[in-house]
Design a protein around this ligand. Structure first.
Ligand code: IPE
Ligand code: IPE
Ligand code: MG
Length: 224
């Protein structure tokens, strides 16, 4: 059975769910929050140490301003409501991506990271304004500025996921098979599951089914 230390998830399909069920994309984003909570709890139950959630990509700025505003309000409310609970559950929150939002949200994100920094049960990497290409370019720039040898070990030091093992498992909900600029380096050897269900419909049972399948895969890493 394969060990499972790190699950990464592309939480896709909120907009379509909202349109279908409530005639509003934003209603789908709101419903998606419940799935986030379910999956966090199930991740803890499965004793998984790292969970990386793709919440907003560098490309998502192309969306209508109203939807973007709604998403960040939702995030702000979620953190204000839940950060103490997360802390009690011994969850460490880390933001990956560039924190350059409103001053209020920037402060809340930094506070949430600081508040939970000592926790060791589960680390949640929340990918916000995250893009893998920007991350890699920044890392190469730092290697160059510091006149360091370009190799795997040195490059990793400058990734946003430094100190985090690469994902063992990537799940993308929403019936779309692409990576959308997510963890391109880190996913080199991850097992990938594309799930038909939209994110708000995804549940503990679906998650555990994927985990069970993952555990039985023969992972070769180039070997036989
Ligand atoms: C994913 O759901 C959440 C974010 C990108 C914020 P979408 O909003 O992409 O939902 P669909 O793909 O349009 O249904
Ligand atoms: C990927 O979903 C980003 C997040 C889930 C945050 P998108 O819905 O933005 O991806 P594309 O644009 O359809 O590839
Ligand atoms: Mg989408």
């Amino acid at each position: 059975m394969n060990p499972l230390n790190h699950v990464a998830i592309i939480m896709d399909g909120n907009g379509r769910w909202g349109l279908k069920n409530k005639n509003s994309r934003n209603a789908g984003h709101r419903a998606g929050i419940d799935t986030v909570e379910k999956i966090i709890n199930e991740t803890i139950k499965n004793n998984i140490r790292f969970l990386t959630l793709y919440a907003f990509s560098t490309e998502n700025w192309k969306r209508p301003k109203k939807e973007i505003k709604f998403l960040f309000n939702l995030l702000e409310n979620f953190l204000n409501d839940k950060i103490e609970d997360l802390n009690k559950q011994k969850i460490k929150l880390k933001i990956i991506g560039k924190i350059n939002f409103s001053t209020r949200l920037n402060n809340l994100l930094r506070f949430s990271e600081k508040r939970t920094t000592k926790n060791r049960r589960l680390q949640i990497n929340l990918a916000l304004n995250y893009g893998s290409k920007v991350e890699l370019i920044d890392a190469f720039k730092q290697l160059k500025d510091n006149k360091e040898v370009i190799n795997e070990k040195n490059l990793k030091k400058y990734l946003q996921t430094k100190n985090v093992p690469d994902p063992d498992l990537l799940i993308r909900t929403g019936n779309t098979k692409r990576l959308s600029n997510f963890l391109l380096w880190q996913l080199a050897y991850s097992e990938i599951f594309f799930e038909k269900k939209l994110w708000p419909d995804f549940n503990e049972k679906d998650y555990n089914k994927i985990i069970r399948k993952y555990k039985n895969i023969k992972r070769n890493f180039g070997n036989i």
